[in-house]
Design a protein around this ligand. Structure first.
Ligand code: NI
Length: 406
């Protein structure tokens, strides 16, 4: 079957490159993937799949019914959206939309999802159970997975697989991460409330700008001195607003940031830990504060059995030289994590790096991929899906991050 899948993929290769280039030329922002969704739905329908549009707002779902008795359903998820970035590549199929670019490889993911669906549709007689292909919108804003789940795409799903492009892994290679893949990412807002005054008379005011500076500094120092260094925390204040004039002491400063962590215990205790520090600094200098901590997406934790399945399939397909076992998690976030609250899942990394380089990182205006990665991704995913049915996997219900901790 591996030979057959490879053969089908090679035959599809020119068409898949064409699809990818079309998607790359016509990027759309999160939640606005109307043309992308219509295009994807068209490709899926013409490949004989049963397609539903406008799922999770601008998402697409395709069903491939199994030909046997296996009651399980395997979902395969990819994402559709692009970023508000002005493309700076010289590609002939560069973005035709000013200020919008597929700089995170979602055009590759969508193409891999489509290629996998096309191949599985052709070998459907050998698939005893059902497949559901999820093309989700708005991954970049971490909204799309939630929208899709609210539209019940995870009903009757036994397991879910996904893929993300990675420019620091060479095209042709597959990155496998056991356990935690990405960070939990939360949003933080702190408002420091002082008292306004004349810039010349600080003793008659409570300077919110200075206290905000203390809060930021203390938080950063406290991470290094009070958090377990083996359980990383990254706290970035990316926006700061306050003050009215250079010679007027500010009565209010708003800090906004992102908080990343990998360990579920750390993740659980972060809001209280941050608030304690903010409160103690503010109290020392007579300021008041408001703090809003919003849970974003939890960590992607790869299921052990599914990780083994994808790793073994990739090994069969490519040999050990082309499998990168990733020793570290990423502090990036990925809303694929939300599906894992409904079924066990696994996301692998698809090498898209060009051998000649330079390989710019994700979200860079010069980000480019080696398109040979598409076939590597399709074969890996299609063969892992095929192998899924050969193995009556029992999933442990154990999740490192439980939904209740959100
Ligand atoms: Ni992405």
């Amino acid at each position: 079957m591996l030979t057959q899948i490879k053969h089908l993929a090679q035959k599809l290769a020119p068409r898949l490159v064409e699809i990818r280039r079309h998607l790359h030329s016509h990027p759309e922002l999160s939640g606005q993937e109307y043309q992308t969704a219509a295009y994807v739905a068209g490709v899926l329908s013409s490949s004989g799949l049963q397609v539903q549009e406008m799922v999770g707002k601008t998402g697409v779902v395709a069903e491939l019914h199994g030909q046997g008795e296996d009651p399980r359903r395997l979902a395969i998820r990819t994402d559709l959206d692009a970023l508000p970035i002005q493309e700076q590549t010289n590609l002939e199929f560069a973005s035709r939309k000013p200020g919008i670019m597929h700089a995170c490889g979602h055009d590759i993911h969508t193409t891999v999802g489509l290629g996998t669906a096309m191949i599985l549709a052709q070998i459907a007689d050998d698939l005893p159970g059902s497949h559901r292909f999820l093309f989700q919108p708005a991954e970049e804003t971490a909204q799309g997975a939630r929208w899709m789940i609210e539209d019940n795409v995870m009903t009757d799903v036994s397991a879910i697989l996904s893929v993300h492009a990675f420019p620091s892994i060479m095209a042709g290679n597959i990155g496998i991460r056991h356990g935690v893949l990405t960070a939990a990412a939360d949003d933080l807002e702190i408002i420091i409330l002082g008292e306004s005054g004349h810039g010349a008379r600080p003793h008659e005011a409570i300077d919110a700008v200075w206290i905000a500076a203390q809060v930021i500094t203390t938080l950063q120092q406290a991470i290094s001195r009070t958090q377990n260094p083996l359980r990383p925390v990254v706290l970035t204040i990316g926006q700061i607003h306050g003050g009215r004039a250079p010679n007027v002491i500010a009565d209010q400063v708003r800090l906004q940031g992102t908080v990343r962590s990998l360990h579920p215990d750390t993740h659980a205790e972060l809001p209280a830990w941050i608030e304690k520090i903010v409160a103690s600094v503010c109290q020392s200098y007579g300021a008041r504060y408001e703090m809003n901590y919003r849970r974003g997406v939890p960590s992607v934790v790869n299921n052990p059995a599914l990780t083994q399945l994808v790793e073994a399939s990739a090994l069969d397909a490519w040999g050990s030289d082309r499998i990168d076992i990733l020793p570290e998690a990423s502090l990036g976030a990925e809303d694929f994590a939300l599906y894992l609250q409904h079924a066990p899942g696994m996301m692998f990394r698809l090498g898209v790096g060009k051998p000649q380089g330079p390989n710019y990182p994700l979200h860079h205006p010069k980000f480019e991929v080696d398109e040979s990665a598409i076939i590597t991704g399709v074969i890996t995913l299609a063969y892992a899906a095929y192998q899924f049915w050969r193995q009556p996997i029992c999933y442990p219900t154990h999740h490192l991050v439980s939904p209740s901790s959100q």
